[in-house]
Design a protein around this ligand. Structure first.
Ligand SMILES: *Cc1c(COP(=O)(O)O)cnc(C)c1O
Length: 389
């Protein structure tokens, strides 16, 4: 019988060694040994599925992959040194020169840089559609479109994209639908169950959850993962087993952490909703149609990211940041510690005001990644900073 999420997250574990350890050990070894020439031959010709070299596979990495596959409902997967290694490798393995990508406009900054600065060197072009008008996607699709790429909820606009709707379009045109599920994690949202073909994670964020290590994953359709794995093994973006061990342990507490992250975020969103210094507040689980209906359909809870729009633009954004006392000014998200960022002067400062507007980043936009401190202390810090704006 398939067990519940929390149980799978804890009980999916590598085989015990002869030492009968309870918690999975760390396998720091670059290579693995063979009994005889025949075993060596069989392993190298793929007749035997076993570890050869840690650039290819390692027990700690495999445990992490097995957990995410189980939790996402995926056939197979690969773990990478970072989220961006996972993003890059999936495109590099699946696309040929001349292929085309259709992507939501509001995507992670480095993914945008790959599309617009590097992939064009290999004659792979990307057309963006706006998150608020997904029907544009049909116009963006060309005969050579091979991948539809989305994040939902988007960063930092928090637009929620209807995965079922996009999967139907992708299927109709025989295009691979790839979902970056970093903001939701499999606890809140399972893109494969809505028809996506591949799911990407930056494990650096909520999967680690404590701001310690980098990591990335791709899970999904077997035939695609086989292609990706082959490229991965030969191009060297393997995850360190140390990081895999940390991430696998983190997943054991993913559900309880996310419950509290989401509870804190919803409380703060309700608390700030009609604040006089804020012109707009976004949180996927505040009744704000039509995206609220989509969020309810595909997400268990609203996640831990809130965005607020301060009246007064760049200056208020910077004043707010300078007045923060407890929360951290950092570019990460999904940490135990609440983090505040001002995208217009940090993560998205290289874009023009017009380009930022297209991805929903106004000058006074603040992104809050709600942590696990006591909600009263988070509220107090945000409140006192808002008072001084
Ligand atoms: C952070 C992030 C990435 C990149 O992950 P790294 O682990 O930093 O390489 C990709 N997508 C989203 C949505 C992210 O937030």
């Amino acid at each position: 019988m398939k067990k519940h999420f929390e149980t799978e997250a804890i009980r999916t574990q590598m085989e015990r060694s002869q030492f009968a350890e309870h918690s999975a050990p760390l396998y720091l070894t670059s290579s693995f040994v063979f009994e005889d020439a025949e075993e060596l031959r069989a392993a190298f010709s793929d007749e035997l599925d076993r570890n050869i070299y840690s650039r290819f596979s390692n027990p700690n990495n495999q445990e992490l992959v097995d957990k995410i596959c189980t939790l996402e409902g995926a056939e197979d997967g690969v773990a990478f040194a970072s989220g961006m290694a996972a993003v890059y490798t999936s495109f590099a393995a699946l696309l040929n020169s001349g292929d085309h990508i259709v992507s939501v406009r509001s995507i992670f900054g480095s993914t945008h840089t790959l599309f617009k600065k590097y992939f064009i060197k290999w004659n792979i072009k990307t057309t963006y559609f706006n998150a608020s008008t997904p029907q544009e996607i049909e116009e963006a699709i060309q005969p050579n479109t091979k991948i539809i790429y989305i994040e939902t909820p988007t960063n930092p606009g928090l637009d929620v994209l209807d995965m079922g709707y996009l999967a139907d379009i992708a299927k109709k045109h025989q295009i691979i639908l790839v979902v970056d599920n970093c903001f939701a994690t499999p606890y809140l949202q399972k893109p494969l169950s809505f028809g996506a073909d591949l799911v990407i994670h930056s494990a650096t964020k909520l999967i680690d959850g404590q701001g310690r290590v980098l990591g990335g994953l791709i899970v999904g359709r077997q035939d695609l993962i086989t292609e990706i794995r082959s490229f991965f093994r030969n191009s060297g973006s393997a995850l360190s087993p140390v990081n895999a061990w940390v991430l696998s342990k983190s997943i054991e507490t993913l559900a309880v952490r996310l419950d509290r992250h989401c509870e804190n975020a919803l409380k703060l969103a309700n608390h700030l909703e009609n604040h006089p210094k804020i012109s707009q507040l976004r949180y996927p689980f505040l009744p704000n149609p039509p995206q609220y209906e989509i969020a309810k359909k595909q997400m268990l809870k609203g996640g831990n990211i809130i965005t607020i729009e301060l009246k007064g633009g760049i200056k208020s954004g910077q004043t707010f940041l300078n007045q923060i006392q407890m929360c951290s000014l950092s570019a990460n998200l999904g940490d135990t510690r609440t983090i505040v960022t001002h995208p217009a002067t940090s993560t998205h400062s290289k874009l023009s005001t017009e380009e930022r507007a297209l991805v929903g980043i106004t000058d006074g936009l603040i992104r809050l990644s709600i942590g696990l401190e006591n909600i009263e202390d988070i509220k107090q810090d945000i409140d006192q900073a808002l008072e001084k704006v």
